[in-house]
Each structure stands twice: as structure tokens, then as C-alpha cells.
Design a binder for this molecule. Structure first.
Ligand code: NOJ
Ligand code: CA
Length: 539
């Protein structure tokens, strides 16, 4: 059977889980997570009920951006183990029924990659064209006004060859030139290398950025940049008309899709366009011949407000009715319970929000620790390691707060390591650890486990057409998919939600035990997310 034509794919009913490998489990006591540690804890992920694990970069790297600066696309950094450890991890995952995605970083390499070393050493090297080298502007200075996501110009001058090279992230992360067919072919080999090692697909880093407008015009500036702005805010002051989301990018994914289909592998893109325009994102997953799924990041930034939330989801699903991936947290943004108010309020809103995301068409992801209700950790500046925090001497500009090690059990190192040190502080209350929550049937962890199990069981959550039951004026966001109904109360007070005719069984609630049967209406706590399923007439 041609897999591209088949309507059911292995990821259709699954929930994914992001493993930030440095912070998941340390197997050798050096205070940094690794493959032996991850392999040991895969049974926890199977127990939780996720079906797909995305592992952040583990390749040889100088770690200037903690692995998103790759010096060898087909190896494992000794910090994380060996290729044998990698193979053992994939084999154990498959034995447990888990699928494994790895993080492909095609927009840029490390400046220590042999391609860049050759490119920099000699302007006549065939590798020179693997990157973007340009002469200074007339009169001197960088070739155009593009800036880096991480602050400062997107160009660094190379004294020896008297040209600038482009980097949309750190100077240690030179951008690769995807208009060069030789570079395109190099990545065919990278994909094949990992697919032959049995990975189940790729999360594609900066999937919207690979191709640049080769005339390299200035980007129009929309707002003035002020000194108090974070690098992200400064980046958002430009209309990224020429450096991001260029025509030609989707052609790369068509090429990869053909390869992926041969292996029945999943291509999931990070399409992080700051304006969160769903019509831009949907182009990457349109026509069934590009990426299979693309993360849509608006839900991670939308305020807890019914109008904002309803419009976000309505617009996203209009643009891409079933191909988006949803998440409430990641290793790049504040954890949802922190963003949504902190403490118990933040935790209950996050779980309620997950009910909605898990009921929408698409592929939802949890970020490690979401299932424990974890908030960000206050990492003091002298423990911050994210280059963005250090550059600006401001922890709030960095991403360390959401990247601290997983707390597995009580104790100073949280059961994350047997060693004395951890790369970032653990700093969690005992009640936030996996073991404490596994011992407590009323814990947040059991609620997530229950939600995952219920989602798996409810067939219409995977097949039913989505029909909105509420509009932008309502405090409850509700929709129906076949014989399932999902509702999320975003109001500050308990609110009634009208049900379609018939009897409806509460299959899951973020606030109370399941099982009650309702008719006509149900009163929802603030906040509360519920899944209801129709009770057949004869029952
Ligand atoms: C997105 C990744 O998620 C982030 O952590 C990284 O810094 C940038 N891409 C650059 O690779
Ligand atoms: Ca380690």
C-alpha cells in the first residue's frame, strides 16, 4: 500500500512528549541527562500513555546553544553517550511501543562543523557556498539590516576573508545555504542515516527559515527598537519578509516527504512565525506532500481569555483543519502553569487547557514535566547558562527557567542524577516529583495519565468532524466531534454549558471524577475542561 494514500497513520491517535535530553535523566552522574538515563525511564513514558517521544538534539556540538549548534549531523555527543547507546534507546522504545522522533537542525550548523571550517578557511572551497557569505555594504558594515533572534546583527565579519557570514541565531550558528543543491543532497544522506537507524521521524528545527531571499534586501522595519526590549521583541520589530518563510522552503519538504514515506516516518515542523498567522503555517502542511504536521505556537502565547482563545483555535482550524501540532509548554517558552497564573490556578488552567488541545484534530505534545504541573524555576543570573540570558545579563530573556532537570524523587538532585552537581538547579518541592505523585492517587500526574487514556479510547476524537458549539461571545469554548463533546470554561466563575439533546456521560473532567451523566446542560467550574460522550439512546 502507498502510505501517502492511506488515511490512517500511526501517529493519528497518539500524543507526543518532548524530552529535553540534557534535563531528563542522568545515567552517569555528570549532572547532564543522557541516552542511558533516557532509556531507563522510557517505561515511565509508556506508563504515562504517550505514544511518540521527540528527543532534542544530541549530536556532537560545542553546546553554544545546547545542541542546536550541530558539529556532526550523524553522531552522538559523548556527553549524551554513544551511537550504541542511541541504538539501544530506540530499540527499547520500540519494544515498549513508543515511536521516536529526533530533532533535525537544518537551518544552521555549528561554526565548528567541518563544512563551515572549510568554508571559512578558503573562499575558493566548494564549501564556501554551503553558507551565506557576502561583501560588506557599500561604505562598509553588514550587508543588510537583518538581525539575529538572539540579539545583535545577523552578520559577523571574517577578517581573514573580508566578508560577512549570516547567522539568524548565534554567531556560532552560521546559516546554511539551502539554495545550493549540493547542500540539499548532503541532508538527503543525513535523513537516510537516521531513518536506517530506525528513527520514526524528525522534528524539523526552524522549519520556516531554511530558504532566504538571495538578493538579501533589507527587511522593512515596523516598529522602533528601544534599549529595554528583549532580543525576541527586537526581532519582532521587523517584517521578516526576506529572511523567513520564503517561497522555495516547501519544495525541500516535498523532497523529504518522498523519503519519509518510504520509511513510514513522520515529519513535524517547528514553524515559529511570531505573528502566528495560521495561513502562513498551513502552507507547510498543505496538499499532503509537505510536512505531515507543523507546530502551531499561538496557544502558547494566547492570554486566558475566551475571545482570544476561541479566535485562535477557530482561525487555526480554518487554515489547517487537521494537520497542526499543539503544545502548552516547550524548552523555549515559559511553562504553562507559570504563564497562566502560577500556583494551583496555573496548574488547573493548564490541565483544563490540555483537555481542549487533546480533543482538537491534530497531534498534541506534552513537554517533560507538564504532566507534573511544573512551573518555571527561578534560576538566578549566576546560574543562568542560556546565551541569550548571559548576553543581556537578564534571566528573563533566557530559557533556563523552563529547562531545569526533571524531578524524579525527593532530594536535592531530585533523583535526576547520582552525582553531586546538576547542570541547572533542580529546586522542586517533594510534591512535584514523579515518585511523590505516583504515590498519590489524587495527583496531577494521575489526571494527565487519565486524560491520555480517555483520549485514546474515544474514537470520535480521532475521526469526528469538528463543529463549534459556541461563538466568540461565550465564556465557554465548546465543540463537538461526532459523539464527543469538549468544553473549556475560561470564565472566572462557574458557567453553564448547553449540551446537545440526549444524555451525555462525563468521560473526563480536569476538576472532578468522571462518570456522571448530564442532560440539557452541565455546570462547569472555573476553570474546568471536560470531555463528554453520548450515551446511546437504548442505554
Ligand atoms: C528552535 C529551538 O527550539 C531553540 O531551542 C533553538 O535555540 C533555535 N531553534 C535555534 O536552533
Ligand atoms: Ca550524563
Amino acid at each position: 500500500m502507498n502510505m501517502a494514500q492511506s488515511s490512517h497513520r500511526w501517529w493519528d491517535r497518539e500524543v507526543g512528549y518532548e524530552v529535553y535530553i540534557r534535563s531528563f535523566v542522568d545515567g552517569n552522574g555528570d549532572g547532564i541527562g543522557d541516552f542511558p538515563g533516557l532509556t531507563e525511564k522510557l517505561d515511565y513514558l509508556a506508563w504515562l500513555g504517550v505514544g511518540i517521544v521527540w528527543i532534542t538534539p544530541f549530536y556532537p556540538s560545542p553546546m553554544c546553544d545546547f545542541g542546536y549548534d550541530v558539529a556532526d549531523y550523524t553522531g552522538v555527543d559523548p556527553l549524551f553517550g554513544t551511537l550504541d547507546d542511541f541504538d539501544a534507546c530506540i530499540a527499547e522504545a520500540h519494544r515498549l511501543g513508543l515511536r521516536m522522533l529526533i530533532d533535525l537542525v537544518p537551518n544552521h550548523s555549528s561554526d565548528q562543523h567541518p563544512w563551515f571550517q572549510a568554508s571559512r578557511a578558503d573562499p575558493d572551497s566548494p564549501m564556501r557556498g554551503y553558507y551565506h557569505w557576502r561583501d560588506p555594504a557599500l561604505g562598509g558594515g553588514p550587508p543588510n539590516n537583518w538581525i539575529s533572534h538572539f540579539g545583535g546583527p545577523a552578520w559577523t565579519y571574517d577578517e581573514a576573508t573580508e566578508q560577512y557570514y549570516l547567522h539568524l541565531f548565534l554567531p556560532e550558528q552560521p546559516d546554511l545555504n539551502w539554495s545550493n543543491p549540493k547542500l540539499v543532497r548532503e541532508f538527503d544522506d543525513v535523513l537516510a542515516f537516521w531513518l536506517d537507524r530506525d528513527v520514526d521521524g524528525f522534528r524539523v528545527d526552524v522549519a520556516h527559515g531554511l530558504v532566504k531571499n538571495m538578493l538579501m534586501p533589507d527587511n522593512p522595519q515596523r516598529f522602533p527598537i528601544t534599549p529595554d526590549m528583549s532580543p525576541r521583541q527586537a526581532f519582532g520589530c521587523y517584517d521578516h519578509r526576506y529572511d523567513l518563510d520564503q517561497a522555495g522552503t516547501t519544495a525541500i519538504y516535498r523532497r523529504w516527504r518522498a523519503v519519509a514515506e518510504r520509511y513510514d516516518a513522520l515529519l513535524l515542523g517547528e514553524v515559529y512565525l511570531r505573528d502566528n498567522n495560521p495561513n502562513q503555517v498551513s502552507r507547510y502542511v498543505a496538499n499532503q506532500d509537505g510536512l505531515h504536521r507543523a507546530f502551531y505556537f499561538a496557544p502558547m502565547h494566547t492570554p486566558w481569555d475566551p475571545v482570544a482563545m476561541w479566535s485562535t483555535f477557530r482561525d487555526a482550524l480554518d487554515a489547517a483543519p487537521r494537520d497542526l501540532s499543539w503544545a502548552i509548554s516547550s524548552h523555549d517558552d515559559p511553562r504553562a502553569p507559570t504563564r497562566l497564573g502560577g500556583g494551583e490556578l496555573g496548574q488547573s488552567r493548564s490541565l483544563a487547557y490540555c483537555v481542549l488541545l487533546f480533543a482538537l484534530p491534530g497531534l498534541p505534545f506534552l513537554y517533560q514535566g507538564d504532566e507534573l504541573g511544573l512551573e518555571d524555576v527561578d534560576v538566578p543570573l549566576d546560574r543562568c547558562l542560556d546565551p541569550v540570558a548571559i548576553r543581556n545579563q537578564n534571566p528573563a530573556d533566557g530559557r533556563d527557567a523552563c529547562r531545569t532537570p526533571m524531578p524524579w524523587s525527593p532530594g536535592p538532585a531530585g533523583g535526576f542524577t547520582d552525582g553531586a552537581e546538576t547542570w541547572l538547579p533542580v529546586d522542586r518541592a517533594d510534591a512535584h516529583t514523579v515518585s511523590a505523585q505516583q504515590d498519590d492517587p489524587g495527583s496531577v500526574l494521575y489526571k494527565y495519565q487519565e486524560l491520555l487514556a480517555v483520549r485514546h479510547e474515544l474514537g470520535d476524537l480521532h475521526a469526528g468532524e469538528l463543529e463549534w458549539m459556541t461563538d466568540r461571545a461565550a465564556a465557554v469554548i465548546g465543540f463537538r466531534r461526532g459523539d464527543c463533546v469538549c468544553a473549556l470554561n475560561v470564565a472566572e466563575v462557574a458557567t453553564d454549558f448547553q449540551l446537545p439533546s440526549g444524555k451525555w456521560r462525563l468521560a473526563f473532567s480536569s476538576q472532578r471524577p468522571a462518570g456522571a451523566v448530564a442532560e440539557a446542560a452541565i455546570s462547569l467550574d472555573a476553570p474546568e475542561g471536560v470531555l463528554l460522550v453520548r450515551v446511546p439512546d437504548t442505554a
